[in-house]
Ligand binder design. Structure first.
Ligand SMILES: [Zn+2]
Length: 314
């Protein structure tokens, strides 16, 4: 609760393509094992779960995700059942899209924007993840799914996106699109490569760009221009204090920024928008998990009585 990070662990699990029940059994096993390791004197007081895809935060439900075997999955209830099994009940359990948590952490802890700030975040790793932060909190809109920029209409409807639309930002800026448009591999191979090791794909793009591979630089420049168009629209719509590039978008930003900034120059020359912070975070920070921790702490602070214990009358 004091904001001190006690520990951070990474535990790989392959959920893609698994049977839904078997996939959750893996999550359950990991969670039970980790809960058993909580040291004496420490107590679990809130849990937040970050997921890719369309997550209804208010309902605690995952609608669908490209990389997970679950659809219309009541993840919050399932996690609560595991906690009960471990003897933990009555605590806050929240779920949200991973990009929203990353945006929360970038806004609150990395940029330390004032509490009343509005910010838009775009990052991700195996796909574009994004979010809108309003007054220091994740902005969900009417049904909890606001903040999706991955499927913005950015590329004049040319290429079909996996979501079924044409011309989404994902079809130009998504990691698979970048790999195939760069001529480094076919789109089919890119799907496999990103699923196997998205970090290695990012490293390949970065090293080819650094080596001056013309086709890679062109693909990145085109992606930067599409991204600039999307951010320009968002600036007009929200007039945020900051637009933040993180995740793989931040890592590749040195190769995206010149065409992106060109698309933003007209808007930013307007005095009303001139103070907008357009910032690239190139560092490899575990933003999603730290953003989830921030949201968990917020949930406790919003309901402090939940942390109290009845006074004994004995
Ligand atoms: Zn799409």
């Amino acid at each position: 609760m004091g904001g001190e990070e006690l520990w951070l662990v990474t535990e790989p699990a392959t959920l893609r393509g698994a049977d839904p029940g078997e996939a959750f059994a893996q999550v359950r096993d990991i969670l039970l094992r980790r809960l058993a390791e909580v040291p004496d004197g420490c107590e679990v007081i809130a849990v937040e779960v970050a997921l890719p895809g369309v997550v209804l935060r208010d309902h605690g439900q995952l609608e669908y995700a490209a990389d997970l075997p679950w659809t219309n999955f009541p993840i919050r209830e399932q996690i609560r059942e595991v906690l009960t099994e471990a003897g933990i009940s009555g605590i806050h359990v929240g779920v949200a899209n991973d990009g929203r948590f990353a945006g929360l952490y970038a806004t609150r802890s990395e940029l330390r924007l004032p509490p009343s700030s509005v910010a838009v975040y775009i990052g991700g790793l195996s796909g574009i993840a994004s979010g809108v932060i309003v007054n220091g909190n994740i902005f969900g809109g009417a049904y909890g799914v606001a903040g999706d920029l991955a499927h913005s209409n950015a590329a004049r409807g040319e290429t079909e996106c996996w979501c079924g639309r044409h011309g989404c930002l994902t079809t130009v800026l998504g990691p698979e699109a970048l790999l195939s448009r760069s001529g480094l591999m076919s789109l089919e191979d890119a799907h496999r490569a990103v699923a196997d090791d998205a970090w290695a794909c990012l490293e390949q793009l970065r090293s080819e760009a650094a080596a001056g591979n013309e086709q890679v630089l062109t693909a990145l420049a085109e992606a930067g221009s599409a991204l600039g168009g999307v951010i320009d629209d968002v600036l007009g719509l929200l007039n945020p204090h900051a637009a933040i590039l993180g995740g793989y978008v931040g890592v590749l930003s040195p190769y995206l920024r010149s065409t992106m900034d060109a698309r933003l120059s007209q808007r930013l020359s307007d005095p009303a928008f001139a103070a907008t912070l357009v910032v690239s975070l190139e560092a490899d920070e575990p933003r999603v998990v730290r953003g989830a921790a921030t949201a968990a702490r917020d949930a406790c602070l919003a309901d402090p009585l939940s942390l109290t214990r009845p006074i004994s009358r004995a």
